[in-house]
Design a protein around this ligand. Structure first.
Ligand SMILES: [Zn+2]
Ligand SMILES: [Zn+2]
Length: 397
């Protein structure tokens, strides 16, 4: 019996239409492959498609999801494991706080989010070429700057938290602790991003900038957290303070600080890296992708939290304030990344057929998947060149 080799893939003739938003002739499907506009729901908001986040089109842009905000390059199937990983770290933090074990608690606060982010970098392989050098620079330089900041800036925060200073909220020490210390921290987190930006040559993409920003911030917070929490190993913090006070500190150091810093600096990196086409996209609002706006968001959140931290709030209120800031930042980052991806789509040609890594449909390679609308640049590079499977195994556009 002879076995016939599989023949070339049989593809139907591609039906096309002219997109009413960008004027490009694109496949007749749910989304415009050139500008990403939603072609089924017509109207003034179709080009902005706020119901369909460009990195995860099955989610609305304004959703409070920290995982899809912090890991925009993540593949569809990897979203659940990363969500479970983040939840597991939070459960372990509470468990170690309950058990009163200082060393694992400090280590987990410092390392949990950075480790998860390194796993993400390994999974999505950012930057053109190797990710090892830029990631190493961001982590090591960020950690060095974080150590220096914690040694110098931490003493100002400690002084501002002393009762004698609390009665003088407008004193120089408290102003420095609330305003200057967090602002300097944000500047220092951006320094490694500048170094990597000037090093990177060739085809740069905005989500590479996001990775650089988040990595720098996480290197910074890792070192700062170890420095600020190291006294816990010897001063009996877990036995002398109430459980709720310790749990609040664990939440602030291990969850809120790294996530807030990574999102804020990641947004700055994405805005810095973005390259938009000369003709404005139909999505408009390009100002949402601008670097000054990203810097304004980052510094506003950091300084706002700096004032909250020295305002003698109760544990419950300070947790609520940090959660509210984190929620607002998640939404700001998702809006920023969404518009960055909409405006960054510069290739309008209809490419060869391939299986979309997000929805698995057989579609022509374009700036946006014509079927599910995911932005090509939100797909990690290793997954972009998925070989096309036979036409009878996957649905076509
Ligand atoms: Zn279009
Ligand atoms: Zn798709």
């Amino acid at each position: 019996m002879s076995i016939q080799a599989p023949g070339p893939i049989e593809l139907p003739v591609l039906a096309t239409q002219e997109c009413q938003y960008c004027g490009v002739v694109v496949p007749d499907a749910r989304y415009c492959g050139a500008c990403g506009a939603h072609l089924v729901h017509e109207g003034p908001h179709a080009a902005r498609r706020l119901h369909s986040y460009a990195a995860f089109p099955d989610e609305p842009v304004l959703r409070l999801s920290s995982v899809t905000a912090l890991f925009p390059h993540l593949s569809h199937r990897a979203r659940a494991p990363f969500s479970a990983g983040l939840a597991l770290f939070v459960v372990l933090l509470v468990a170690f706080a309950l058990a009163g074990t200082s060393a694992p608690l400090v280590a987990l606060c410092a390392l949990s989010v950075p480790l998860l982010f390194l796993l993400y970098i390994w999974e999505v392989d950012p930057y053109e070429g190797s990710f090892i050098l830029p990631t190493g620079i961001c982590l090591v330089l960020g950690a060095g700057l974080g150590t220096g900041w914690a040694i110098i800036g931490g003493s100002y925060v400690t002084k501002a938290l002393e009762p004698s200073v609390l009665s003088r909220f407008g004193s120089t020490t408290s102003i420095v602790a609330a305003l200057v210390v967090p602002a300097v921290a944000q500047v220092l987190m951006i320094v490694p991003v500048m170094v990597v930006r000037f090093m990177q040559k060739g085809d740069v993409e905005s989500l590479d900038g996001f990775v650089a920003g988040a990595t720098s911030a996480l290197g910074f917070t890792l070192a700062a957290t170890i420095d600020l929490m190291s006294p816990w190993l010897s001063n009996g913090q877990l036995t002398h303070q109430s459980f709720l006070t310790n749990l609040t500190q664990v939440f602030l150091r291990g969850v809120a600080l790294p996530l807030t810093s990574a999102l804020a600096t990641g947004l700055v990196g994405a805005a810095w890296w973005v390259t938009t086409r000369s003709t404005p996209s139909a999505a408009r609002s390009r100002w949402l992708t601008s670097l000054p706006l990203a810097l304004l968001v980052a510094f506003s959140v950091q300084i706002g939290l700096g004032f909250a931290d020295i305002a003698a709030l109760t544990d419950a209120v300070i947790v609520v304030v940090h959660l509210a800031a984190l929620g607002a930042l998640i939404l700001a980052v998702r809006v920023g990344v969404h518009y960055v991806l909409l405006h960054e789509a510069v290739h309008v040609h209809i490419g060869p057929p391939r299986a979309c890594p997000h929805c698995a449909h057989l579609v022509p390679a374009m700036a946006f998947c014509p079927q599910c609308g995911v932005a090509e640049r939100a797909i990690s590079r290793p997954h972009r060149a998925s070989p096309a499977r036979p036409a009878d195994e996957v649905p076509t556009v």
